[in-house]
Design a protein around this ligand. Structure first.
Ligand SMILES: Cc1cc2nc3c(=O)[nH]c(=O)nc-3n(C[C@H](O)[C@H](O)[C@H](O)COP(=O)(O)OP(=O)(O)OC[C@H]3O[C@@H](n4cnc5c(N)ncnc54)[C@H](O)[C@@H]3O)c2cc1C
Length: 396
């Protein structure tokens, strides 16, 4: 049996044994994981079937068609960034412990990287982890922690050797978000939601068994997370005409005939073509990526996605005219935490939320720096603190 037949057969069996319409979402996703259809290219036993990653597209399409739940929607950070990091750097015991509940969404994950004094320069972060026997004691403050209020586990980057240069003194841990000393405080954003948080870590104890990668090698592990984050944000391949551009098309279709002038039609078509070019570029990039770890091309997709989303939503707001001012989402902050999601309730909310695309996951300026240096081969920025011990660099 070839790989294609193997996967086809497994999908059919899964749908026959666990019909999505009558199966609880977590139970379905658990069965999908056990059938090796969570990430088909992962090894058997880790949610995969050890086959070509190209076959994941087939799995996704057939399961979506059958109305199956999507793991990504239940746990976007765990699925898009946590899983590839665990599978690349985790021990067998860690893969067994983390991957299944991550995929089913029973354990939601968050990312504890950014700090008040370290965002673009996340390698300069100050949260300290100090070894105490078989445990680490962590103290510090993280910020902009998306989904921190819902998360059971956090991808934590902390400084374990302040005497080493900044990128070499970091280690990477999986934090239990319910451990004593973890204090999650919501931050309200302009959509009215509190989708992200401040996280204060006070004498939080993390077993050494929850360290991902070697001590002092946290930056290398974090690069896997960050490259996958860019791809998660900017690299998705939705069907033609769906996604952000659909808001503009819907707004256009809602216009009275006399408002559909040639200038606006031109602009709509220009944006539609750009969205389609971006979609096709992402298909090509995703096929290249499947050959290995995502490279700097993830930054191209993320940069283009951020600029295009803003342009499309500005145009959509112009089409909506005065209705664009009517936004009833501010009460979302009062929703019970469990009911908040990443979905958009209206084009107005999408307009407000998508402004953040050029900041989250690395700003557009940083994406341009990466592309300039790694793709175009331009001279790097001066990095005067690169080889200086972290504790000798002036900090605020
Ligand atoms: C919606 C949202 C969700 C987020 N979720 C998370 C999360 O879950 N976990 C997490 O850890 N973080 C998260 N972040 C944080 C995000 O990664 C940071 O905001 C981002 O990396 C920028 O860091 P900063 O905000 O500290 O800005 P700064 O780094 O202080 O940058 C300020 C400005 O200076 C520019 N700049 C900085 N350095 C350079 C340079 N070298 N060259 C040119 N320009 C430069 C920046 O582009 C920016 O315009 C989230 C952010 C947003 C908006």
């Amino acid at each position: 049996m070839d790989e294609h037949e193997l996967i086809e057969g497994r999908v059919k069996q899964l749908l026959a044994d666990f019909p999505p319409a009558t199966t609880d979402a977590a139970a379905f996703l658990g069965a999908q994981f056990d059938a090796g259809l969570a990430w088909v290219h992962f090894p058997e036993g880790s949610g995969g079937s050890g086959v070509s990653p190209k076959l994941q597209t087939l799995v996704q399409a057939e399961l979506a068609e059958a109305g199956a739940p999507a793991a990504y929607m239940r746990n976007p950070i765990g699925y898009g960034m946590g899983a590839p990091t665990i599978v690349t750097h985790g021990t067998d015991a860690q893969k067994t412990r983390y991957l299944r509940p991550l995929f089913t969404g029973e354990e939601v994950w968050c990312q504890l990287f950014s700090e008040p004094g370290a965002g673009s320069d996340v390698g300069g972060l100050a949260t300290r982890a100090v070894r105490d026997g078989d445990e680490w004691v962590v103290n510090g403050q993280k910020v902009w922690t998306s989904l921190g209020h819902l998360a059971s586990r956090g991808l934590l980057l902390a400084r374990t050797d302040p005497d080493a240069p900044k990128h070499r003194g970091l280690s990477y841990f999986v934090a239990d978000m319910h451990a004593p000393g973890v204090d999650v405080r919501p931050l309200r954003q302009m959509t009215g939601e509190a989708e992200f948080n401040e996280v204060y870590l006070t004498d939080v104890r993390i077993p050494d068994a929850e360290r991902l990668g070697d001590e002092g090698d946290g930056w290398r592990v974090a690069m896997t997370t960050l490259m996958n984050e860019r791809v998660s944000i900017g690299g998705s391949v939705a069907p033609r005409g769906s996604g952000t551009i659909s808001y503009a098309v819907d707004a256009w279709n809602g216009l009275p005939d006399d408002a559909r002038d040639a200038g606006r039609r031109d602009e709509l078509m220009r944006l539609w073509c750009q969205a389609e070019a971006n979609r096709i570029t992402n298909i090509r990039a995703s096929q290249n990526r499947k050959k290995g770890v995502p490279g700097p091309e993830g930054s191209v997709g993320k940069l283009a996605f951020a600029d295009l989303n803003k342009a499309i939503m500005s145009f959509t707001m112009n089409l909506l005219g005065p209705d664009a001012m009517l936004y009833d989402g501010y009460d979302r902050v009062a929703l019970p935490r469990e009911e908040r999601t990443f979905g958009f309730s209206s084009p107005q909310q999408a307009f407000l939320r998508l402004q953040a695309n050029s900041i989250e996951g690395g700003t557009s300026e940083i994406m341009r720096n990466i592309l300039g240096e790694r793709v175009l081969g331009l001279p790097g920025e001066p990095r005067v603190d690169k080889d200086v011990p972290w504790n000798e660099i002036p900090h605020n």
